[in-house]
Design a protein around this ligand. Sequence first.
Ligand code: SF4
Ligand code: SF4
Length: 366
Amino acid sequence: MSSEVFYTSLKTKQGQSLITKMEKLIQRAGLMDAVAPKDLVAIKMHFGERGNLAYVRPQYVRRVVEMIKKKEGKPFLTDANTLYVGSRTNAVDHLQTAIENGFDFSVVGAPLVIADGLNGKDYASVPVNLKHFKEVKIGSAAVQADALIAITHFKGHEATGFGGTLKNLGMGLGSRAGKQQQHSDLLPQVQEEKCKACGKCAKWCPVQAITVEGKAQINYNLCIGCGECTVTCQYKAIAINWKTEQNMIQEKIAEYTAGVLQGKEGKTGFITFVMDVSPLCDCCGWNDVPIVGDIGILASKDPIAIDQAAVDLVNQAHGNPQSELGSKHGENDKFRALFPGVDWNVQLAYGEEIGLGSRQYTLIEV
Ligand code: SF4
Ligand code: SF4
């Protein structure tokens, strides 16, 4: 069955801001149907790592907050703590980073609640009974919320090809232990000929699994597969063994998404910004040149359809030769060109298989 995905371009004229275009899009998509009076409404965000500037601007989020309040809902902005070393590993650092990035009450008009608590241990186990997990560990605030609106920045990701709604929900709302479960099959490997022994990977490894004596070495008894070393090494000397592992993490993310959405039938909505499509995730403390020009905003009640539409729109757009795509800018599949070993289809195919939504969609321009 085909799902509806609503789309607005970024073309505007006098008297029409992008914020009002987004509001019209959300109304047309019927996303506020999810909100009833007195509902505690989680707005799932990625607040951006300190130094990153590609995340969704807080001014858009404020309008979503206002729309929820008009329905007499009680919105709060949320995300769960990260596994890797960075500026969002506990609630104190996470809130500080979010506020520095503009997600302050004075700007967005809603409080911020870190879904898995002070140090990532505040989670609920949600039974899913799927292939990889019997139950998943989701940040409590997301589970306890009555309704959930996901606001997603669409971009590349080294583990999943692209990061869309499934990644935002499944990995994003997994508690730190939940994130660890999802990453546990990734095995980073040092390519010694490329290693310059700079030690940066060892500094960023959250479990001190890397020692650098001559070349970097990984202790697989300690490694939790977070992948942090792979994005830290500027010489690309650490790679994940994707051949065997890449399907696993994408399927696990889909199973975690099933846990996030469980019990919220008719109480969810998804908004995706296909803008500033950086090659890597907003978890990086930087954002490289976008791989395509800004495309638009999407809204849907189907998390699979909205991801499929977003990836199709990016792949149909002209690639930016000044970006990381470089000479591969003309390739049809931009994310395969960026991450040749990763087949992003897996998350959508498996998500569809376990009933999260449909890859068939109708794009409706608003
Ligand atoms: S960051 Fe890269 S170059 Fe530096 S020690 Fe680690 S693997 Fe080697
Ligand atoms: S060695 Fe393992 S735990 Fe350490 S940063 Fe790399 S993937 Fe993460």
